[in-house]
Design a protein around this ligand. Sequence first.
Ligand code: GSH
Length: 308
Amino acid sequence: MADLILHHYATSPFSEKVRVAFGIKQLAWTSVLIPNIMPKPDLMPLTGGYRKTPVMQVGADIYCDTQLIMMEIEKRAPKPPLLPVGQEGEARALAMWIDRTIFWSAVGVVMGAIGDQLPEAFKKDRTEFSGRPFDGERLKAAQPMAREQVYAQLSLAEQILRDGRPFLLGAVPCVADCALYNPVWFLQVRMGAGPAPSPLDRLPKIVEWSERMKAFGSGKPTEMSATDALEVARAATPEACKVDELDPSGLKAGQKVSVTPDDTGKVPVTGTLVGLSNDRVSIIRSDERVGDVAVHFPRAGFIVTPSS
Ligand SMILES: N[C@@H](CCC(=O)N[C@@H](CS)C(=O)NCC(=O)O)C(=O)O
């Protein structure tokens, strides 16, 4: 199997979502550590501006957003499956709900506790990233509300687990479990109160489930430098993709387009359209340090517009 290179940093919860998938599949993978704020000078040649964490690289193919990263890992290392047969939609929809709602409330809880101790450079970066001023005092005042939101949302997952099933969709873990591990792990490692910091102290099934998830570990990582990862991209050629000519957007192969996240880190990435399906959009772009690379994004949560 081609080398899976994850560009990430240790404290990134969305990266933990992917690392636990590597653990479940017991995969060997390559770890490239990147900064947790901009600038990210050795990542930008690969992504063309996409700045979120993590990013997965396979040769000259760059996968943005964990929605797509998980699908790509599943395609390249299908065993054991993280998409239960017949429940693929349920698994992915649960993951999307968790990524887009619970995660942000959990950030509110953690930042309410540590936000005023963080360096100015981090606060400035996250202000640009989110489009809202990072204000430690405001975050501290809002922490009780964030905690109640985490509790209300996680109660739904607690309810799912209450019938005694070990994982969200049954006997084995799926992409939704990896997604749920992201905010639960974040609270556990950042709130410093063992496995059950508030509001997890009121959610015993989730705490038990998190122990099962933790036991999977993170697979077998090998370190690589960011500059070596650029060399890997330079030496490789992007894999072939296909544009669905009947896509309702009317976008056509060879057209110049920009792809932009619709929530945070809204930096457009511009290139030539080479792949389009209901699930993903792929562009080719060129950079002097890496040559041609294909950058792939999910359709959900990304705006694709024609560019000049
Ligand atoms: N929808 C994205 C969200 C990724 C995300 O927000 N990651 C956080 C870190 S966990 C981030 O990018 N923070 C800013 C940064 O790392 O520069 C995904 O699923 O990958």
